[in-house]
Design a protein around this ligand. Sequence first.
Ligand code: CO
Length: 426
Amino acid sequence: MKKDLSSDALEPVAGNGLLHRRLFLTQGAAVLGSGVALMTARNASAAPLEVPATMKTPGVPASGYGERSRFESKVQRITNGAPPTPGTGGSRTPLEYLEGIITPNPLHFERHHNGVPDIDPEQHRVLIHGLVERPLVFSLDALSRYPLVSRIQFLECSGNSAGMNTPEPAQQGAGGLHGLVSCANWTGVPLSILLQEAGVKPEGKWLLAEGADAAGMSRSVPLAKAYDDAILALYQNGERIRPSNGYPVRLFLPGYEGNMNVKWLRRIKITAEPTMTKDETSKYTDLLPNGRAEMFTFPMGVKSVITSPSGTQKMQGAGLYQISGVAWSGTGKIRRVDVSADRGKTWAQAKLDEPVLSKAIARFRLPWRWDGSPSVLMSRATDEAGNVQPTRAKLMADRGPNYRYHYNAIQSWNVTAAGEIGNVYV
Ligand code: CO
């Protein structure tokens, strides 16, 4: 017997109006046009549209480098206050304004330790030395002649969402709270090829990566990661990497905490042990409740956040909404994302947009019929290794109040009857 998909798709699948994800399939889309008020489109009257001014005069000619519409200028990276010293700190991706899985280059998050250097690619060199048979030095032209690989992958600062450990929830949007994550198509030379050419000595087990910035930012990386999927990235979304993201070359370590993806890369030294640089001892260690600190915690955990509707946005009255959000894991692909509209009591599986890629942002969606009553929206991601995003209560209980890096707990958005949306701890 043929199932009546239309009525099926409108049947709630979890508490407080969550509908089945199949509502977004082709047949389901017709349901939207046939009686279920989307609340956004107004009935067209019989009168024809006015001819706009743009149809009466020619537009501007083609340009050398594109700009977005002037009406989109409000979409900016988010900075939380002035940095303690100039050049430190960073800026966040405004996640709530973006769709799909790619972060436009001008909105990719930044994190600097002593400002953005102005590097001439003609002068720049990358040195591979230390425990190698043949120390090698590369110009940018030389690097560009190696075979390139291209992958869509996320980058997340280890300190992303660290503001979520405050006693009271900060009232910010998705980007202000969690925007130290972005996703781009990174293209570069596999580091494994260069290491084979240099000939790593048997006692070489780690590498030191050093940037050409005024902080001399440097981190230790296990060689296993270098041989696995590390690249020296030259391109970001098809164009040369931006200065704020490491121009002209950065180390890219898929899934690993952002700080290790050393920008403005100038030196790779093969070592037997980690170097214990200032950037991995005084920072980027995880202080535990017992006073001990974990070091070298590299992969970013499985995580998700609903970007629409989300904090600082406003609901437009009761009716049908599309919940949309982003999920990612430093371990591999996102397997599923579940959404709750009733404070975590019941959950419904969201639809994942194709493609779902390893160590990339995945976009999830779920229809929600909001009845106008107070609600709490949550999303919970699971990756292909079976890691499940923890609740905030569990993460804080396990990790203690000093925990700062690798925060990956479930984000909860409180929706009031008036349609205001805010950050809430559940
Ligand atoms: Co870490």
